[in-house]
Design a protein around this ligand. Sequence first.
Ligand SMILES: Cc1cc2nc3c(=O)[nH]c(=O)nc-3n(C[C@H](O)[C@H](O)[C@H](O)COP(=O)(O)O)c2cc1C
Length: 192
Amino acid sequence: MAKPKIAIIISSTRDVRFGEKPAKWVYDIASARADLEVELVDLKEWPLPFFNEVASNAWAPTQNEVGQRWQKKVAEFDGYIFVVAEYNRSITAALKNALDFAYPEWNKKAAAAVGYGSVGGARAIEHLRNIAVELQMAPTRTGVHIQGGDFMAVWQQGKDIRELTYLEPNITSMLDELVWWSNALKTARAAG
Ligand SMILES: Cc1cc2nc3c(=O)[nH]c(=O)nc-3n(C[C@H](O)[C@H](O)[C@H](O)COP(=O)(O)O)c2cc1C
């Protein structure tokens, strides 16, 4: 069976964002593995308007051209790693909008999360897991949380994110679970 294709989705879009750092860190670790293929998908490069369609594309085709392209992009993957910024205890508006802009393309796919913030993005990631249920995704148990002093040190004090080696076992567990679910769901989708 072909390796599962995994998107690493950067969820924050502001010019001075931190999100690129953990995304590239996880990308480097994931791309060194032989059991998956990874691609960075940056929401900043997807100028989706605020959702203004007659319905979710579960029910009616999307008219917006960027939305249509986004759906095709989402459909390319067997699983996703969301790089989660926590804004007011939830995910970013940009990520929620991007999630709302597709439906069948997310269905029966696996989802993992890497968060950062005062509590490692934990509250936003729990919201994301709840949303994933409605999108018929399988969220992994293990997430990666860059929190507290470590987040501040990398964000504001110039510490190299690769020094957070104690998080690497978490990344390995998360990727192991993501690959398992991605392969299982890929087989099941192919079987109809
Ligand atoms: C609008 C806004 C709301 C925020 N709310 C939270 C929050 O609820 N919890 C938290 O830990 N950090 C919060 N922060 C701080 C972010 O964790 C921090 O700014 C982080 O760098 C945001 O990710 P980004 O740089 O990729 O945009 C907030 C930041 C912004 C801009």
